[in-house]
Design a binder for this molecule. Structure first.
Ligand SMILES: [Fe+2]
Ligand SMILES: [Fe+2]
Length: 249
């Protein structure tokens, strides 16, 4: 498990090695037919990636105090900056493609409400790790759905960033879950499975046109989603990490 210091190093070096996006003078190199199945969905994800992160920063602040890990505040600040970079890249794609940016989207509003309803860091992290897992499927679908070098490069950048994001969230959940008995841990995981089934279905409901354009049928999407989420669940299981003796219940 990486310490907050190591995560800071990761975010700093990742920021320094961002891909160059082949932005074009005119448009993004995709025709209207190609954009038709993905444009609405891109508007939704653009909005989703654009968040000021105030709620998260507040939750991280408390978590940093409780776990006596002040560096965690900065980790989350850099994490938020990376998400905002995704929002900015997608925003420029929309602008260059002449697609208006949206101010509200039902999926985004629902997800925000879910995250903001409780300020507990665990409740915040759980839906986020699920959406980030599904985002990896989503962006690989978008990359396959278009020939636009701009969109493809942005998807590749976001995908590269999201893998460590999921790892970071899983490690933090493992820290929170280590104090739970195995029975309560398994009960928590049942809750996770129910929530994930719902979130996965909602993402499909909102974005199936784009996912299909990238070659994902419902069955293929579902299998890919569980394959990734099972890996994430494995990584949030405290049994898979070594802990100082006094940590375990
Ligand atoms: Fe992101
Ligand atoms: Fe992310």
């Amino acid at each position: 498990m990486r310490s907050s210091r190591e995560w800071l190093d990761h975010f700093h070096s990742n920021a320094a090695r961002q891909r160059t996006i082949p932005w074009q003078e005119n448009g993004i190199g995709a025709d209207a037919a190609e954009l038709a199945p993905i444009r609405r969905s891109l508007q939704g994800w653009q909005l989703g990636e654009t968040s000021d992160g105030r709620h998260l920063a507040a939750a991280a602040d408390r978590f940093a105090t409780e776990t006596d890990d002040p560096a965690y505040r900065e980790v989350i600040a850099l994490f938020i900056r990376e998400e905002q970079r995704h929002g900015a890249l997608l925003g420029r794609i929309l602008d260059d493609a002449g697609i208006p940016r949206r101010q509200a989207d039902w999926g985004d509003s629902l997800f925000r409400r879910l995250r903001y309803s409780i300020t507990n860091i665990e409740v915040w992290t759980t839906p986020v790790v699920m959406v980030e897992t599904l985002a990896m499927i989503y962006y690989s679908a978008i990359r396959r759905a278009t020939t636009s070098p701009v969109i493809r490069a942005v998807c590749a950048q976001i995908l590269a960033d999201e893998v460590p994001h999921v790892q970071l969230q899983c490690e933090r959940l493992a820290i929170l879950l280590v104090e739970r008995s195995r029975t309560r841990f398994h009960l928590t995981m049942i809750g996770h499975r129910i929530l994930f089934a719902v979130v996965m279905a909602l993402v499909w409901a909102g974005h199936h046109r784009a996912l299909r354009a990238g070659g994902f049928t419902w069955n293929y999407y579902r299998k890919a989603a569980y394959a990734k989420m099972n890996r994430a669940w494995h990584r949030m299981d405290p049994e898979h990490y070594a802990w100082p003796a006094e940590t375990r219940p």
